[in-house]
Ligand binder design. Structure first.
Ligand code: IMP
Ligand code: MG
Length: 177
């Protein structure tokens, strides 16, 4: 059996997401934005963040594969689903659940910059700073978290736990006594 320990509860998440939305609203005043969610982990964050952004906004989604069903990245990022619209001249905000090694966002940033957007910003709810192997600047960060495997609020382990309202540390049986 896996054990779940709450790291960030619903109220803490909602407060942070509201703050992030307010900052984005302020930074893009008078402009339109395209929120690009990284499937599937960012969907719940995107849904909540979008409702805190008081701007003309559209959604798009992109999918990459890097982890398979394991807890460790394979080191290789592959584009599985591209965005549907042209990004040329748009204000793109790439919305990601968690920044770990930085491989995924480095890859996506490079992909999307090639589409000649007007601007490209990154919003990540969680940041495991100590795990970074790729230096990457993230414009809007929710929480810096320790190097623990987390699930809930969109984040999964082997596709499970995405529907948990809190963000929880997943402790595997051999780590607990
Ligand atoms: P990166 O490419 O190493 O930065 O990894 C980012 C991706 O890895 C995220 O989009 C998540 O899908 C996944 N990931 C990294 N850490 C965790 C975690 O603790 N729980 C669930 N997924 C994670
Ligand atoms: Mg993800």
């Amino acid at each position: 059996m896996d054990r779940l320990k709450v790291l960030l509860n619903q109220q803490q998440i909602a407060k942070k997401v509201a703050e992030m939305g307010a900052r984005i609203t302020h930074d893009f005043e008078g402009e339109s934005v395209v929120l690009i969610g990284v499937l599937k982990g960012a969907t719940i964050f995107l849904a909540d963040l979008a409702r805190e952004i008081k701007l003309d906004a559209t959604f798009d989604f992109i999918a990459v594969s890097s982890y398979g069903n394991s807890r460790e990245p394979s080191g290789e990022v592959k584009l599985m689903k591209d965005v549907d619209q042209s990004m040329e001249g748009k204000n793109i905000i790439l919305v990601e659940d968690i920044l770990d090694t930085g491989l995924t966002l480095t890859y996506l940033k490079q992909q999307l910059l090639g589409r000649k957007p007007k601007s490209l910003k990154i919003a990540a709810l969680l940041d495991k700073v100590s795990r970074r192997t790729q230096p990457i600047h993230v414009d809007y960060v929710g929480f810096e978290i320790p190097d623990e495997f987390v699930v809930g609020y969109g984040l999964d382990f082997a596709e499970r736990f995405r529907n948990l309202p809190d963000i929880c540390i997943l402790e595997s049986e051999d780590e607990t006594s």
